[in-house]
Design a protein around this ligand. Structure first.
Ligand code: LLP
Length: 460
């Protein structure tokens, strides 16, 4: 006799779905989800820094109660990243100066300074802020093409580790000012190594003629001045070739080789290069923040260790900004309206280019997730949306033609990897309020959402 082939009847499927919906309320479903679908549980894989679900289901439930938009910081990820870098830096004997321009949040700075890192600053206020967040003056370096006299004076009086000078004219002014005030100022000279960082044209800085740094044709004049000037101590050479560099081994190995040649040239002229500062620039994975929660510091430090030529008495510095802080934060926003056009559907969000200008300014990509949809359905239908902000500018677009689960008014959205160059570049354009900071370990302090109009009615 032929056995009948087992079939799953429609009733059984409906029953299963119904059961799931019911059990979801009571926990079994959640257990099942946590077990098999990572978004429902933060994977404890931080020890090897592989996969890390920042916005797990429990977190989303908390975030849903907070007034949007806001910047959400995962403090666990942030601290693990900093600890990881501190450990690697020690192994490789590389000194880390955090480029505070990426994020000036006091709590982050206090943690970074507590790990013994220095600070790389680009304005007088950054110098003072870094100092007030625990960075000793002797571990603060100050770069920037246009330092005002007041900024130079304040930093000089604070006794910072070094001015990273970007032009001969600036060195002349520092020398004169040090003379006037009877001090000696430490300076490093920022050199253009003429290297293509293979990154966005707005964040590449190491090419030959650039507003940053000093190029070959001025070397001899510079060296002559440094040899005879009495009011400055020559500390070393500074390089920074660009930001969001993803061809890590290739680009940084090349940088080191070029730096070796330049150091050799300066030393052959009788100057001692005590410090070699290689700048920042390590890229992060904007496409897959959960898959690459921590930037590839290992490859970066290995590229440096195996390519830089250094004596025992020479220190090597790096200045990561983005790579330390980008992945630990998301800009959390809500869908205000779902607007259906003739050919497009728009999701209009309550966060705009005033909160995060990177997409409008550089066309930068940030992953966008619908957090509410992830809770609503397991197998959602997807649709292409143009996701836009509320600001009166056509460039206020988060992403065009993004495929997202069907989204409705009130949905909570995450714009990922926004810890670097997010809040620091925010503005009050259109008189919008600045999006506040919410820390994962201080959720109770976050401003609660007020339901002015019942969003749960999910008006389409
Ligand atoms: N050192 C110097 C001298 C720098 O100019 C910079 C960044 C850094 C270090 C840190 O670079 P990072 O490790 O963050 O790549 N607003 C742009 C990024 C501008 C970077 C400016 N300089 C963005 O949103 O992509």
């Amino acid at each position: 006799m032929v056995e009948p082939t087992p079939t799953i009847s429609g009733t059984a499927v409906c029953g299963f779905i119904l059961m799931n919906i019911i059990l979801r309320k009571y926990g079994f479903f959640r257990y099942f989800c946590k077990r098999f679908f990572p978004i429902f549980e933060r994977q404890q894989a931080l020890s090897n820094m592989k996969k890390y679900i920042m916005l797990d289901i429990n977190t989303i439930e908390h975030l849903d109660k907070i007034a949007t938009p806001f910047y959400y910081y995962d403090m666990e990820l942030f601290q693990k990243t900093v600890d990881h870098v501190a450990e690697l830096a020690q192994q490789h004997e590389i000194k880390v100066h955090y480029a505070i321009k990426a994020n000036v949040e006091r709590r982050l700075l206090e943690y970074i300074s507590s790990k013994g890192f220095g600070a790389d600053c680009v304005s007088g206020n950054e110098v003072l802020h870094a100092h007030s967040c625990g960075f000793p003056a002797g571990k603060i370096v100050y770069a920037g093409v246009g330092k005002s006299d007041k900024e130079i004076y304040d930093a000089m009086m604070l006794g910072i580790e070094a001015f990273n000078c970007e032009s001969l004219q600036e060195i002349f002014v520092i020398n004169e000012m040090a003379h006037l005030h009877g001090v000696k100022a430490n300076i490093s000279v920022r050199i253009n190594p003429d290297i293509d960082a293979h990154t966005h044209k707005y964040v590449t800085t190491g090419l030959y003629e650039n507003k940053f740094g000093i190029s070959n044709h001025e070397f001899d004049k510079l060296i002559e001045f440094l040899q005879k000037s009495e009011h400055i101590n020559f500390f070393g050479l500074h390089f920074h070739i660009g930001s969001q560099i993803t061809r890590v081994n290739e680009v940084f190995s090349l940088e080191c080789k070029r730096v070796n040649e330049i150091v050799r040239y300066f030393e052959s002229k009788g100057l001692t290069v005590k410090n070699i500062n290689l700048g920042g620039g390590l890229g992060v994975d904007y496409d897959d923040p959960d898959g690459s929660p921590v930037a590839d510091f290992e490859t970066w430090f290995n590229a440096i260790s195996s390519n830089i030529i250094r004596r025992k008495d020479q220190s090597v510095h790096v200045e990561p900004g983005r790579s330390l802080v980008a992945q630990c934060a998301s800009l959390i926003s809500r869908v205000l309206f779902v607007k259906s056009g003739e050919t497009k559907n728009f999701l209009i969000m309550d966060a705009g280019m005033n909160d995060l200008i990177r997409p409008a300014l550089y066309g930068a990509y940030h992953k966008i997730e619908n957090l509410s949809a992830a809770q609503r359905s397991f197998f959602p239908t997807y649709q292409a949306y143009d996701i836009v902000g509320p600001v009166c500018e056509s460039s206020d677009v988060w992403g065009a033609g993004r495929l997202l689960p069907l989204s409705v008014r009130g949905d909570l959205m995450a714009i990922r990897s926004t810890g670097a160059y997010g809040q620091v570049m925010a503005s009050r354009y259109n008189m919008k309020d600045l999006a506040p900071t919410v820390f994962s370990d201080r959720l109770e302090e976050a401003p609660q959402a007020v339901d002015y109009f019942d969003l749960s009615t999910r008006v389409q």
